[in-house]
Design a binder for this molecule. Structure first.
Ligand code: ADP
Ligand code: MG
Length: 243
């Protein structure tokens, strides 16, 4: 049985139907990449699966054998569905460490003292190549693009979702930051986490092997294939896929 199964999923905001019948199966441990022109609905698809109340969703979405659409956003997170935002929000007053402690408790139902949690967090931070001082900063407060992404990577590594949805983890990064973020995602992936990664660039695939690559166009899947599809799009653009 697939970890996530979408059948004829439709997502609207007000009168506008943004996702117009998407069917997709993500198996246990699989990595799927979604590409597509700006405005094709990639962020909307991920955001609606996470339970963003802005969207009304119809069709079928089954996660771990449960009807995903019947679950509230926090229940989806607790079951291991994680969305990393394309433009992460800033929460200046809350340190990354205390945010992660609360998120950990919500995910695993395990309330820990700050001291106990610090042990877990320190190990995760070290593995992700994140300095301890970074953990005391406000969430995304004054962080550079690369630091924001590393803060998300750390969230991934602490919350250990079953399915991580990453919306353009490579946006706005310089070449070196891209390498770091890619390598960190690749490392976390080793524990068999499933992923849906939205990206414009085949570069991500240097550190993470994708099982399937899909092209979303005007709210529908226009093509699906293996990694060669991503490389061909990078080389030739989207025109040939959409013909
Ligand atoms: P992508 O991530 O592929 O660039 P989006 O999912 O962000 O595309 O947006 C797809 C389309 O849906 C765009 O035309 C966008 O303006 C529209 N859209 C997204 N969210 C809303 C919303 N809450 N209300 C109205 N239109 C929206
Ligand atoms: Mg987007």
């Amino acid at each position: 049985m697939a970890l996530l199964s979408l059948k004829n999923l439709r997502v609207s905001a007000g009168e506008k139907e943004i996702i117009q019948g998407v069917s997709l199966e993500v198996g246990e441990g699989e990595v799927h990449v979604i590409m597509g022109q700006n405005g094709s609905g990639k962020s909307t698809l991920l955001s609606s699966l996470a339970g963003n109340p802005k969207y009304s969703v119809s069709g079928k979405a089954v996660f771990e054998g449960k009807d995903l659409l019947a679950l509230k956003p926090h229940e989806r997170a607790r079951r291991g569905l994680f969305l990393a935002f394309q433009s992460p929000i800033e929460v200046p007053g809350v340190s990354l460490a205390s945010f992660l402690r609360r998120a950990y408790a919500a995910r695993f139902g395990d309330e820990m003292s700050a001291l106990e949690f610090d042990k877990i967090l320190s190990a995760k931070a070290e593995a992700a190549g994140v300095a301890r001082s970074f953990l005391q900063r406000g969430i995304n407060d004054g962080m550079s693009g690369g630091e924001r992404k590393m803060s998300e990577i750390l969230q991934l590594s602490v919350l250990e979702p079953r399915l991580a949805m990453l919306d353009e983890p490579d946006s706005g990064l310089d070449v070196d930051a891209l390498e770091r973020v890619g390598a960190a995602i690749g490392k976390i992936r080793k524990n068999g986490m499933s992923m849906i990664i939205v990206t414009h660039y085949a570069r991500v695939l240097r550190s993470i092997k994708a099982d399937r690559v899909h092209v979303l166009h005007a709210g529908k899947l226009a093509a699906s294939g293996d990694e060669r599809l991503a490389h061909k799009i990078e080389e030739k653009g989207y025109g040939w896929v959409l013909q």
